[in-house]
Ligand binder design. Sequence first.
Ligand SMILES: [Fe+2]
Length: 274
Amino acid sequence: MKIKKVFLENYFSKIEIQDNNILDYFSRLLNKFFNNKDEYKNIGEILTTDIHSHILPGIDDGAKSLNESIAMIEALVLLGYKKAVLTPHIMNEGYKNDTERILNLFYLLNKQIQAKNIDIVLDVSAEYYLDDNFLFLLSSNDILPLCGNHILFETSYLSLPFNFKEIIYEMRVRGYRPLLAHPERYIYVRDNYSIYEEWRDLGIEFQLELNSFNAKYGKEALKRAVWLSQKGWIDYLGTDAHSIEDILRIKDAKYLYPLSKVISSNDIKNIRYC
Ligand SMILES: [Fe+2]
């Protein structure tokens, strides 16, 4: 069985991911031969730290209550995680959060987690949307960095800001390491994969979503995620959990591309730096 599994994974990984029908076919084949859920249900034990989640209650489009936050954290523990960095949105149009509000909620939640003896270490940062407010925060040195000196950031799904390169430069000149959340999900990338190379040249690191590999975000995002994995350009993996369902999906979903392959072909830094 083990031999079959290794053979299928190796065979599967050599396929050029250009034809989604082929991808689906081999995914079904893989799932037919063995119950591949076992490989993934404790992914947290391998990654140790989750670096992207929306668990703080009532502050963005993630957890709505303290109870939901606690349940999500318990679900991360079940997945094997030892640490989680909570990263609420900071976005001028939508979630006008600030450092003080985030830290106050974090202390409140962390107290509850410790009182309940839940075996996980929590840390806090943010997912910064590239807008004018972000530039203001950057120039005011009002940033909650992630894993040392990273800034986790996102852009609109539809277009890049016109001053993208300048913003990246501003981050780097201040000593931060820009870490782009879910590069596989931006619709504007389409099939123009050379943009990823340009971003790497700018010194941007990539955090991909675990759920992209089970096609939660669609086949195009899956295709881009597999391409990035095969290039070895994945620096971090995150749950980007907005709900318990997002976490359970990581445990139970059928993966269309094996996470074991993602981990073996990339230098995933969750394990070392967070
Ligand atoms: Fe997010």
